[in-house]
Design a protein around this ligand. Structure first.
Ligand code: FAD
Length: 304
């Protein structure tokens, strides 16, 4: 059974980090993923680094997805940011609010939710049409949009609730708001128990969410990675897994991490998930191993 898969990368913080990214992009290109998403620092701090990685993906023929956060940006700043990504040839976005810096004020002009960013991306994309019509005279606006604008906007979903919300219900409401704003797909925060995802999807469907909800999967190949993932996501640390990783050799820890991710994906596949999104921490090898174990690597792709 085929299952679409995708990966997440983050932009390197130093120019040297781009060497590793080049290698990772080259390896991912062999796998023919549905897309590779590239994270984005809050407040627009590293949009050039994100664009650098996205450009590499485009050059390698890998469909890129740009994460964008809007927290701390006013509408004009966010519009400029979106335009710069569209101008670079990006047509897939993951629209996020982002995390508020502690010293952030409460400016009324700022965008306040991912749903608002979804609408903004759509509006900026639509505003580009008049320029496109100059290139394609004789076509109606709707025809131009059908031909030219393939922009797809995804959003985040939180099976165990957003840390700021605390209860499931409000996160289904948030997802519904993002869908109403025009989002066509959701990618979930990481989770460790398949039941958490399945229960969330059932609840979301019951409340009217119809867009695909793709599970985000972390491959916990070290105790440090597991702890960091739990900390960033606000998930409870799975203590038994932490105990097994604690003190394991690098090879054993990698095997434990891959086995853990494979077991989770196997459970999810029994329930007809629309795809899997792997959080890679810019390391292609565990991702290759996971896909290999579940029988999804393409012929000719070999880990190195
Ligand atoms: P929103 O959904 O807009 O708001 C967060 C929470 O507010 C909601 O979950 C809900 O609890 C509440 N809320 C919002 N709207 C409503 C509503 N209408 N009704 C009820 N409640 C509501 N951060 C980065 O800085 N860069 C990244 O690249 C990045 N990538 C991510 C990728 C994924 C797949 C995920 C899951 C998260 C990512 N994050 C990233 C983290 C994300 O920015 C934070 O979790 C942030 O705190 C919330 O962003 P959001 O888009 O979910 O916000």
């Amino acid at each position: 059974m085929t299952l679409p898969y995708s990966f997440e990368l983050f932009p390197p913080r130093t120019p040297n980090g781009f060497d590793r990214i080049d290698r990772t992009v080259e390896m991912f290109a062999k796998l023919d993923p549905a897309f590779v998403s590239v994270t984005f620092g809050a407040g627009g701090s590293d949009s050039r680094h994100s664009l650098g990685v996205l450009q590499r993906l485009l050059d390698a023929g890998v469909p890129p997805m740009a994460h964008l956060t809007c927290v701390g940006l006013d509408v004009e700043q966010a519009s400029r940011l979106v335009r710069s990504f569209l101008d670079a040839g990006i047509t897939r976005f993951l629209a996020l609010r982002g995390d508020l810096p502690h010293d952030a004020g409460d400016r009324v002009t700022d965008l306040r939710s991912a749903a608002e960013l979804v609408q903004l991306i759509d509006r900026v994309d639509t505003e580009r049409e008049p320029y496109q019509s100059l290139l394609l005279p004789g076509l109606r606006r709707s025809e131009i949009r059908d031909r030219q604008s393939k922009t797809e906007i995804s959003v985040a979903a939180f099976p165990n609730g957003h840390p700021g919300a605390g209860v499931h219900r409000s996160d289904v409401a948030a997802l519904l708001a993002k869908q109403s704003a025009g989002a066509t797909m959701a990618i979930t925060q990481l989770f460790f128990d398949p039941f958490d995802y399945l229960e969330f999807v059932d609840l979301a469907r019951a409340k009217g969410v119809t867009i695909p909800i793709v599970p985000g999967i972390v491959i916990p190949t070290s105790l440090r990675r597991l702890e960091r993932s739990a900390e960033l996501s606000g998930e409870r640390l799975p203590t038994e897994l932490a105990r097994r990783l604690d003190g394991a050799s690098d090879d054993d820890a990698r095997r434990i991490g891959v086995d853990t991710a494979v077991a989770l994906i196997d459970e999810l596949r029994d329930h007809d998930v629309p795809g899997i999104h792997l959080y890679t921490f810019n390391d292609h090898r565990p991702a290759f191993d996971v896909l290999d174990h579940i029988g999804l690597t393409s012929v000719g792709a070999s880990p190195a």
